[in-house]
Design a protein. Structure first.
Length: 394
């Protein structure tokens, strides 16, 4: 049963963060039809009390041999002993490194057998010191022992596509599901919808928690059948993350996300409308121009010229939950024009109060946030990937 549908929310008049209100008055919680609404009108951090991410790496995974050559890193996480595990999408390998950065073992390769992968997408702790690795294309999860041995493999039942699958605990999983049969049937702008489901250890869907806005696009039907699917001006997607007390769901088109318990209860919608802002005509036209190439056909140019633009700039492009349960939202950057810029992350405490903003370096993609570190991938000027551990001061 669908217990909770994310509400669209209000977008009020935008206010400046320096609204003059005392810090304790910049956050309010109210109840709306049984759902808790938490809203911030300004940051809680005061000058000098902000968190900070170092720009220079504490550790970089570097050395001789293929184990230190990364291509299309899908995910990475730091282990309890200080080691790091990296999913390398280019080779379909799971690579283990110790706390000093030395390579210890590599498991996996491309294929369909046990311990083989098609499209690695996520790694997470699972049931003590085991690791959960998800293969989105194969719709299959592999549980690895600390030694890198295959403990068991579970396949998702039914015909649902699971865009993201994560362990809730040692017995249950949660995922963003969608069905190709339900793809937008009408022409024009659309935003698809995920169904957030729970699964048991065998891959069987056990419940539906909610729905979540998914990716957006622009669909053009062809005469005689078929269609063309075009990227929108400002692409967004729905986000799912696991928190210590349940799950976090992000719609991304505005500064809003939802927290809920593992069974769909204890719901709270978190908003910071002060961080929402409108799109300017100049931004819209720059985005439109970035979609054109010298060889772009007249037909595609015609479609791009009529692509609609929303009134608000999307809120964020990524959502992460750190080791303390705080939610980090990476402020939206155009993937066409701003992909190489430094990132700004808006941090919310477990209650939903906006704490403030943290910067991460240019060309650095965050994958794991701990108590005192941020783990991610940095691309150099030649787009060579390096896995780096940055210090985090709270």
């Amino acid at each position: 049963m669908n217990r909770f549908v994310l509400v669209a929310g209000l977008v009020g008049a935008l206010a400046a963060c320096s609204d003059g209100a005392p810090v304790e008055q910049r956050f309010a919680v109210r109840d709306s039809s049984g759902t808790s609404i938490a809203e911030s009108s300004g940051p809680r951090w005061v000058s000098g009390g902000e968190w900070r991410v170092d720009s220079v790496a504490v550790r970089t995974l570097t050395g001789a041999g293929d184990a230190f050559t990364f291509f299309r890193v899908a995910d990475a996480m730091r282990l309890a002993d200080g080691g790091v595990v990296v999913l390398d999408g280019g080779t379909s390998e799971v690579r283990f490194f110790d706390a000093s950065g030395a390579h210890r073992r590599t498991v996996g390769r491309e294929g369909d057998g046990p311990g083989e992968f098609r499209r690695l997408s996520a790694v997470a702790p699972f049931g003590g010191d085991s690791l959960f690795v998800y293969d989105e294309t194969a719709r299959r999860a592999t549980v690895l022992t600390p030694a890198g041995e295959v403990g068991r493999v579970l396949s998702v039942e039914g015909d649902l596509q699971i865009a993201e699958l994560l362990p809730l605990d040692g017995t249950a999983l949660v995922g963003k599901a969608w069905s190709l049969a339900g793809f937008a049937s009408t022409a024009g702008p659309y935003r698809e919808e995920y169904v957030v489901v729970t699964l048991d250890r065998t891959g069987r869907v056990t419940d539906t928690l909610t729905t979540l806005p998914a990716w957006n696009g622009y669909k053009v039907n062809r005469e005689g059948g078929g269609y063309s699917d075009f990227a929108p001006l400002f692409p967004v997607d729905g986000h799912l993350a696991v928190a210590p007390d349940g799950v976090v769901l992000g719609r991304a088109d505005r500064m809003e996300f939802a927290r809920m318990g593992r069974s769909g209860d204890s719901r709270r919608i978190v908003r910071a409308p002060v961080l929402d802002r409108g799109l300017t005509p100049r931004e819209i036209e720059a985005e439109r121009a970035a979609m054109m190439r010298p060889g772009t056909s007249a037909r595609v140019r015609e479609v791009v010229d009529r692509l609609p633009a929303q009134e608000l700039r999307p809120g964020y492009r990524d959502l992460q939950v750190d080791a303390e349960g705080a939610v980090w939202l990476e402020a939206y950057r155009s993937p066409r024009l701003e992909a190489d810029d430094p990132a700004e992350w808006h941090v919310f405490d477990p209650d939903g109060a906006w704490l403030g903003t943290v910067s991460t370096p240019a060309r650095f993609r965050v994958l794991d946030i701990g108590r005192d570190y941020v783990l991610g991938v940095r691309r150099d000027s030649l787009d060579v990937e390096r896995v780096e551990l940055l210090g985090l001061s709270r």
